[in-house]
Design a protein around this ligand. Structure first.
Ligand SMILES: Cc1cc2nc3c(=O)[nH]c(=O)nc-3n(C[C@H](O)[C@H](O)[C@H](O)COP(=O)(O)O)c2cc1C
Length: 328
């Protein structure tokens, strides 16, 4: 069922799934007709993700990417054994067995075009209400906030949350480590957050490396660090979606749903970008849960800003080569 060429094709599609800071922690091994999903333990985010939650969520998104790729080929995930099921081996995230009888999922059509959109959103798009209505119809995992006063409120909170984390030296250093702000960076286009993906021009990218790097403490002292790192304008130009999942759910499963929610946005014609800090900071998480009535049996996992992008070229994905992702 699983020859080497098919395996490569599957991984090529699964790698388009989002991962936190684009660290791409997931590795793949073919074992007969099974696929082992492995964690590259050297890729971690001790400052931004000390518990490994977002990394596990990223593995889950990659598994959903695999599932969508299988469906396009009449295959499906027949069984999935995870650490939760008592899998012993270190670094093994899941063992997946394949089965026939898969079907093409409509969301698979959005995989190639989905990408994080970090610019501002188009204003006065007459189709926006119908796009939002379509999205609302296809998922129960989102609370959509479209009223502009409420969006502005969330944009302010997002800036506060982001600044809270940026003031932590280790957090800022780690973020810069995964930023590829110069095209001369040998890892540009392979992993991490590059200037193009961050919607930064050349001068803005140089400024970002200084503001988040050596100048941050001095800028903070004179009160300029917060305004210079603000994303308020971009966030307030769109609408907000609170992504929530059942309390106690295995985060691998959460990651699969996270990718599906993002693909549903793409399919509805909405560009999007997570604002993780809003969910990660307990203060903003609790405020959003209360203010926007996230159901009590659900956990606020992440927050998206989304909207209609001004113009859309072909999606671009900075990704590792297949030979780095497939291990023997
Ligand atoms: C768990 C998780 C959290 C993320 N948080 C953020 C975030 O806070 N800000 C952001 O700009 N992108 C965030 N992203 C998006 C990733 O940076 C993005 O998926 C990655 O760079 C790959 O790029 P792509 O989405 O364009 O394919 C997050 C992704 C995941 C899976």
């Amino acid at each position: 069922m699983l020859d080497p060429q098919l395996f490569q094709d599957l991984v090529a599609e699964a790698r388009l799934a989002p991962s936190v800071h684009n660290i791409q922690p997931t590795r793949w091994r073919r074992e007969g007709d099974s696929i082992l999903v492995l964690a590259d333990e050297s890729r971690r985010l001790p400052a931004a993700d000390p518990s490994g939650h977002d990394i596990r969520l990223s593995h889950g998104a990659a598994i959903e990417g695999l599932s969508l790729a299988l469906g396009l080929r009449g295959l499906r995930i027949g069984g999935i054994e995870t650490a939760v099921d008592g899998m012993p081996a270190q670094g093994v995230v899941a063992r997946i067995t394949l089965a026939p009888g898969g079907e093409a999922d409509p969301l698979a059509g959005a995989v190639a075009s989905r990408a994080s959109w970090r610019g501002a959103f188009r204003q006065r798009d007459p189709d926006l209400p119908s796009r939002l209505a379509h999205l609302d119809e296809v998922t129960d995992d989102l609370v959509i906030i479209g009223v502009s006063d409420a969006v502005s409120e969330v944009a302010d909170l997002a800036d506060r949350a982001a600044f809270h984390f940026l003031c932590d030296d280790a957090h800022r250093r780690e973020l810069l480590h995964w930023m590829r702000l110069s095209r001369a960076d040998p890892r540009y286009g392979l992993d991490g957050l590059d200037a193009q993906a961050l919607a930064l021009g050349r001068i803005e990218a140089i400024a970002a490396s200084l503001v988040l790097g050596p100048l941050f403490p001095a800028l903070r002292r004179v009160g300029l660090a917060a305004p210079l790192t603000s994303e308020r304008g971009k966030t307030a130009s769109g609408v907000i979606a609170l992504f929530h999942r059942p309390i106690g759910e295995d985060v691998l499963q959460t990651g699969r749903a996270f990718y599906r929610a993002w693909l549903a946005m793409e399919r509805a014609g909405l560009a999007a970008c997570p604002i993780s800090v809003l969910a990660d900071w307990p203060l903003s998480n609790a405020a959003l849960v209360e203010r926007f009535a996230v159901p009590s049996d659900r956990r606020l996992v992440n927050v998206f800003r989304m909207g209609s992008p001004p113009q859309r070229g072909p999606a671009r994905h900075a990704r590792l080569a297949l030979h780095d992702l497939i291990v023997r």
